[in-house]
Structure formats: C-alpha cells, structure tokens
Write a protein that binds this ligand. Structure first.
Ligand SMILES: [Zn+2]
Length: 141
C-alpha cells in the first residue's frame, strides 16, 4: 500500500515539475532580482530589498550593511525597503548586489547559489549545500 502511494506521489511530483517554466525547475539557473529603486529628494529608496534577499536567501540586515558600506552612506530598513542617504542610480545598486552575490552567495568551487553563511569565531564561511565546499568569505560583515 505504502509503495503504491509513494509511486503516485512521485508521479504527481514529476507532473507538477514538468508544468513549471524551465527556468524555475532548473536549479542551476539562478538570477538576481532586478533592483527597483528611486531617488526621493536626497535619499534613495530600494523598494524590493526583501524580495532580493529572499531570492538570495540572505538576511536583509546583511545586504543593507553591505550596500551602505559600499555606497559609503547611511542606510536603514523601512519595512520591505531600504533607505539610503544620498542619490544613487539603479545601475550602481544592481552592480553592488551582483558583487555581494559573488562574495557571499555563489560557491567559490561550483558557483552554485545553494550556500549558507556560517560564523565560526571571528570568521565567516560560505558553506555550499550543492558540493559541500566550505570557503572563507572574503570579508566579514
Ligand atoms: Zn559548491
């Protein structure tokens, strides 16, 4: 009985996966979410910080800290958005998020994004769930 149920489940799962667009089903294809930002007075609002972080599976605070440092300005969380002091264009923000992903998301060995950040004492390591590699992050955040 149990085996039959399992077979049925696998069949259903296969069918469900086959109905997904190929880029969702294919794990290797991983794309950064396009940032959506605009300048308001002397501040820049990044509206989709939360979605970008969800996609990267990283904490909002960490990406916020990274962006603030790289932009050399103050940044704060505002709900699902980030607010930076100063005027920055969307292309610069996008470049920085790409760089963040290179440093803190993609595995240095297999280049897949299935990684976790693990703190070990003073050091931060990038542990890859895809290939098992553990590499040290280029810097601490
Ligand atoms: Zn890997």
């Amino acid at each position: 009985m149990f085996e039959m149920a399992e077979e049925r489940y696998t069949e259903l799962l296969d069918r469900a996966l086959s109905q997904l667009p190929s880029d969702v089903a294919q794990k290797d294809r991983f794309e950064l979410l396009e940032p959506s930002s605009s300048v308001m007075g002397n501040r820049t609002i990044l509206y989709n910080l939360k979605e970008i972080c969800d996609r990267l599976r990283r904490e909002r605070e960490q990406l916020l800290t990274y962006l603030s440092k790289e932009l050399a300005t103050a940044g704060s969380l505002d709900g699902t958005s980030a607010v930076f002091q100063g005027r920055f264009d969307n292309a610069s923000i996008k470049r920085l998020i790409e760089r963040y992903a290179q440093e803190f998301v993609y595995c240095a060995i297999c280049h897949k994004p299935d990684t976790r950040l693990v703190k070990d004492g003073r050091y931060t390591f990038l542990v890859c769930d895809a290939c098992g590699a553990k590499s040290s992050a280029k810097r601490n955040l």
